[in-house]
Design a protein around this ligand. Structure first.
Ligand code: COA
Length: 529
C-alpha cells in the first residue's frame, strides 16, 4: 500500500502536525510506504493533513486509487483511528467485519467515472461470454475520445463489441482469443487481431505474454463475508482479475452466486459500479432432423456412468435429447447450457459415478437462459473453477469414461480436423477443443468425438473433403482424432491406416459428395473402393 501525505496546516499554526504524523506512522500496518504526496503519481491512499476545514480539504490535484482522506484539526482521535483501521483493512486485505460495508461503499463510483480510470495504452481484459460487464464496456466505448491505443483482450463476445467497429481503430485494438459473430468481420478484414491459443493456457498468458493492466469484470453482490461470485464466467475472468493492476467490477444483483473457486473479495476490487440488469442469455438452438440423427449416433457411444464434455450449439443439445435412458451420467465440461438442467432434474445426470469431484458438475462458464442461471444459483452441485483447472487435460483424464463431443467445419480424408477457419477465413478459435480431445483420449476408457453435419452452406459443400481448404488451420491433428460422427453414422479413426480411415470417413459423407470422394480415394490409393 502506497500512501501519499499532503501537509497543509499553514492557516492554523496551532495544529500539531508532527504528533498526528507520528501517530499515523505508528499505527498504520507495516509494509506501507509513506511519502510526501507528489502531483502526477497515483497513490493507493492520499491523506491530507489539514489544520483547518477550508480550501485544503478539497485538494483535487492528487489522485488516490482507494481513498482520499482529509484529517482536519477538528477531527478527534477516534476519527483518526477509524481512518487508520480503514487503511489497514485495505492494505492487508484483512476482513474487519464492521468495516465491510464501509469498505464496499468507499469503492462505489459511476460507470462514467470508472471509464476515466482506464488510460491510453492499457491492456484491458473483459469478462467473458454471458459474464460480459456490459455497463462497463459501454462506458469505456462512450469515453473513447479520451483514449488512444487500448488493447481489448476477449474471447467469446456476446454483445456488439462496439470497440472493434470501423472508426474505433485509433482508440481500441481488439485482440481476440476466439472469434465470434460480432468480431469475425473485424478480424477477417484486419481491423482486429486474432491470437491462437488453447483456452486452458489463457490464464498463463496473463503472466508474461499479455500482462493485464485493467480487468473489467461482472460479479454478484457480496455475501456477508465480503465475497462476490464471478457467477456465469470464472474461466479466464478470475485469473485476469487476480493478475490485473486495476480491477473494476460491475456488481450486478442479478448475477447468480455460483459455487466452487468462483469468488473475489471486495478488498481485491479497486472500483465498484453497481448494476441491476439481466444476465446475457443464449437461447436454445433449433434442433433439426440432421442434428437429431447426429445426436442419436453420439448418444450410442455414451455408456452409463460416463462423464461428458459438451460444446456449444445444436449438436450438443441434440445429444442430450438421446441420453434420457442413460444412468448416472456426470459433467466435466468447459461450459454447459440449459439442456443439462433437464437431465439433472430427470435424474439422468447424478455425477455419482464420477471419479473426480464425485457428485458435482464441474464447469468453467455457463451460457444459457435464466432457467440455467436460477439452477446454478447457490447450488453446491455445480462447482465452477478457472479454465486452467477445468480444461487441463491431465485433470480431465482423471474422470473415468470421459467423453468429449465437439464440432468442426471440415475433416480431410486423413482425419485432419479444421474447426476454426475455412481457408484463411477465421470463423472461431480452438477454444477448449484440444484440451478436451486430449483429456478424453488420455483417459483409459475415454472417447473423443468430433460431431458435425455432413454438409455446410445449405448442403452445397461437403464437410468431408479430400484436402482441407488452402490456408485452413488444422485444429485437431489426425493423431488426436478418434471418432467422427455425421448424420450418416460413426467413423472410428483411431488405430486405422490412412486408407481405412479415409474409407470410414467416406462412408459417413453425404451421398451427393460420395462419388467424388470415392474417385479421390481410388486415385490416392490406386485401389477399387
Ligand atoms: N465451408 C464453408 N463454410 C462453412 C463450412 C465449410 N465447410 N463449415 C461451416 N461453415 C460456415 C457456416 O456456413 C457458418 O457461416 P455463417 O455464420 O455465415 O452462416 C459458419 O461457418 C459457422 O458454421 P456453423 O456450422 O453454423 O457453426 P456451429 O455453430 O455449428 O459451430 C464450429 C461449429 C466448428 C464453428 C464450433 O463448434 C467451433 O467453434 N468449434 C471450435 C471450438 C470448440 O470446439 N470449442 C470447444 C467447445 S465449446
Amino acid at each position: 500500500m502506497n500512501i501519499g501525505i499532503k501537509y497543509c496546516g499553514g492557516c492554523n499554526p496551532t495544529y500539531d502536525r508532527p504528533s498526528v504524523v507520528s501517530s499515523l506512522k505508528k499505527h498504520i500496518a507495516k509494509d506501507n510506504s509513506i511519502e510526501t504526496a507528489k502531483q502526477g503519481l497515483i497513490y493507493d491512499v492520499v491523506i491530507i493533513l489539514c489544520g483547518c476545514s477550508s480550501a485544503c480539504v478539497s485538494i483535487n490535484n492528487l489522485e488516490a486509487k482507494y481513498e482520499k482522506i482529509c484529517i482536519t484539526s477538528g477531527n478527534d482521535k477516534s476519527k483518526l483511528f477509524n481512518i487508520i483501521d480503514k487503511i489497514n483493512v485495505l492494505s492487508l486485505g484483512r476482513v474487519i467485519y464492521m468495516n465491510l460495508k464501509e469498505l464496499y461503499e468507499s469503492k462505489v463510483i459511476t460507470a462514467e467515472q470508472a471509464a476515466t480510470k482506464i488510460k491510453s495504452g492499457n491492456r484491458v481484459v473483459t469478462g467473458h461470454a454471458c459474464g460480459e460487464p456490459t455497463e462497463l464496456i459501454n462506458a469505456m466505448v462512450a469515453n473513447c475520445e479520451n483514449y488512444e491505443n487500448i488493447e481489448i483482450v476477449h474471447m467469446v463476445a456476446m454483445s456488439e463489441s462496439e470497440y472493434s467497429k470501423p472508426g474505433m481503430e485509433k482508440h481500441f485494438r481488439h485482440n481476440s482469443l476466439f472469434v465470434g459473430g460480432s468480431t469475425r468481420e473485424a478480424v477477417n478484414c484486419g481491423r482486429a487481431d486474432f491470437t491462437p491459443c488453447y483456452f486452458s493456457e489463457v490464464p498463463s498468458l496473463f503472466n508474461e505474454c499479455l500482462p493485464v493492466d485493467v480487468a473489467l469484470i461482472q460479479v454478484s453482490t457480496p455475501d456477508e463475508h465480503g465475497y462476490c461470485s464471478f457467477g456465469v464466467s470464472i474461466d479466464y475472468t478470475k485469473p485476469a482479475a487476480k493478475k490485473a493492476k486495476l480491477v473494476i467490477a460491475e456488481v450486478n444483483n442479478k448475477m447468480p452466486r455460483t459455487m466452487g473457486d468462483s469468488f473475489i473479495h471486495v478488498s481485491e476490487i479497486d472500483y465498484i459500479v453497481e448494476a441491476s440488469h439481466n444476465i446475457i442469455e443464449l437461447n436454445p438452438p433449433k434442433i433439426g432432423d440432421i442434428e437429431k440423427a447426429i445426436g442419436e449416433h453420439c448418444a450410442s457411444l455414451v455408456e452409463d456412468g460416463s462423464t461428458l464434455q459438451l460444446g456449444i450449439g445444436a449438436i450438443p443439445d441434440a445429444v442430450l435429447l438421446f441420453l434420457k435412458e442413460k444412468k448416472d451420467l456426470g459433467i466435466h465440461s468447459e461450459m454447459i447450457s440449459d439442456g443439462v438442467v433437464e437431465l439433472v432434474e430427470s435424474g439422468v445426470i447424478t455425477n455419482n459415478a464420477k471419479t473426480l469431484h464425485t457428485g458435482k458438475i464441474v464447469v468453467t462458464f455457463l451460457m444459457g437462459t435464466q432457467r440455467l442461471y436460477d439452477f446454478v444459483n447457490n447450488n453446491p452441485m455445480v462447482e465452477m473453477y478457472s479454465v486452467d483447472y477445468v480444461n487441463d487435460p491431465t485433470v480431465i483424464m482423471k474422470n473415468s469414461k470421459m467423453i468429449s463431443i465437439n464440432s468442426c467445419v471440415q475433416v480431410d480424408l486423413m482425419g485432419q480436423v479444421a474447426s476454426e477457419s475455412v481457408g484463411l477465413k477465421q470463423i472461431s478459435g480452438v477454444g477448449g477443443q484440444i484440451d478436451f480431445v486430449r483429456g478424453a483420449n488420455m483417459c483409459k476408457d475415454g472417447k473423443s468425438i468430433m460431431a458435425m453435419a455432413s454438409t455446410a452452406a445449405k448442403g452445397t459443400v461437403s464437410k468431408i473433403v479430400p484436402l482441407l481448404a488452402e490456408g485452413s488451420a488444422v485444429t485437431t491433428g489426425r493423431n488426436d482424432v478418434n471418432y467422427v460422427v455425421t448424420e450418416y453414422g460413426i467413423a472410428k479413426l483411431k488405430g486405422k491406416n490412412l486408407k481405412d480411415r479415409a474409407r470410414a470417413l467416406i462412408n459417413i459423407a453425404h451421398p451427393n459428395f460420395k462419388p467424388s470422394l470415392i474417385k479421390e480415394w481410388e486415385k490416392r490409393f490406386r485401389l477399387k473402393f
